[in-house]
Design a protein. Structure first.
Length: 367
């Protein structure tokens, strides 16, 4: 029996060599198995076929998805938290925004890079003037096997100019789809609480019913305006995208959204670099405890509040850092310390300023 055990071990060694190296070892292993007793043949076969299945599953995965490094990035995405919207659509808690990337060639490349890095939520808008470039980046990433359309969550927005009637908003969604070269998007937002936003909202509700989008929502709708909308529409907004960061915490706005089942999403989650946010001593100190940067701490802070975040960068290194926030947890004390930086108002935009409202209403993005 000891001799047979030894032979069985030899066969096992050959099997390990096969699974980790090359196929010719298969024949050697199969010849060796014939020299051992039936019980060991049985055990060998169990081990052999399970390892064979593992070998082919791993290598098929590499063949389909790419290199080992790409597989690791895909696995990292699987650690991403997701939110289920009120329409049943699933949205990643973190995404990638393309605001202020007007150059078409650059935008296409950064979208491709973002997908390769692991982002699956992509946020654009008609007013960003880069929907076509984003669509090209998406198409290239899909063609190269980095992702599928079903894995992606793509958001666009209807601009104020088209928030006049139900029809203009509906046609704006169709125009965005044409520029994106997509048959549907995952989320359509009204970009501002201006124009006839009730009529415009009916237009994007129609787009939802017609299958042009998986969900509808709004952006920059502050508490009273959002409450008024929610009380008078058929489909509650799935998302409200507003300014949210440690210097503009908006806890009351979050409570209002929660009451209506609206998911908060932060534009400018890094305060557009203001307030020395990247070198803030307190944020830096918290980051050092977790082996993270101040920026990563700020992004994690919003995510732990249940706020979807869409940071932007044109640099791959920054993209990688911004998405690397899912392996640590801020304590209650750290969360409170970060929130204590709240100024209680925005220093980026002011929707209460008539001149600002007039400027937005006068901004034309097409004829």
């Amino acid at each position: 029996m000891d001799e047979e055990m030894k032979k069985g071990q030899q066969c096992g060694a050959l099997l390990i060599f096969f699974s980790g190296s090359h196929v010719p070892s298969l024949m050697t292993g199969m010849n060796a198995i014939m020299t051992v007793s039936a019980p060991f043949q049985y055990q060998f076969c169990l081990c052999f076929y399970s390892t064979l299945a593992l070998y082919f599953s791993v290598n098929i995965e590499y063949a389909v998805h790419g290199s080992k490094e790409q597989i690791e990035k895909i696995k990292e995405v699987n650690t991403m938290e997701y939110l289920t919207l009120n329409t049943g659509a699933k949205m990643p808690l973190e995404g990638f925004g393309v605001f202020q990337i007007p150059d078409a060639q650059q935008c296409e490349q950064v979208v491709y890079d973002a997908i390769k890095t692991g982002y699956r939520l992509l946020d654009t808008a008609a007013a960003y003037m880069n929907e076509e470039a984003l669509g090209k980046g998406v198409a290239r990433a899909i063609a190269d096997g980095l992702t599928t359309r079903e894995e992606l969550f793509i958001t666009t927005k209807v601009w104020v100019q088209d928030q006049k009637t139900e029809e203009t908003a509906y046609e704006a969604v169709k125009a965005s789809l044409a520029r994106l070269n997509l048959s549907y998007v995952d989320l359509v937002l009204l970009h501002q609480p201006m124009g006839d936003y009730f009529a415009a909202y009916r237009g994007i509700e129609k787009a939802y019913r017609d299958g042009l989008t998986k969900a509808v929502g709004v952006a920059n709708f502050y508490p009273a305006i959002l409450a008024n909308l929610c009380e008078n529409v058929e489909i509650i907004p799935a998302v409200n995208q507003v300014e949210l960061h440690p210097f503009f915490v908006q806890e009351s706005a979050l409570e209002n959204m929660k009451a209506y089942g609206v998911v908060p999403q932060a534009w400018g989650p890094l305060a557009e670099g203001k307030h020395g946010i990247f070198t803030d001593p307190q944020l830096t100190a918290i980051g050092q405890k977790h082996g993270k940067s101040a920026a990563q701490v700020v992004l994690r802070w919003n995510a732990q509040r249940g706020v979807s975040i869409i940071p932007k960068s044109v640099h791959v290194e920054r993209m990688e850092q911004n998405i690397d926030i899912w392996d640590f947890q801020l304590s209650d004390e750290e969360m409170a310390a970060i929130a204590s930086k709240d100024l209680g108002h925005s220093e980026i935009v002011n929707h209460d300023d008539p001149a600002f409202v007039k400027m937005l209403c006068g901004m034309k993005i097409h004829e």
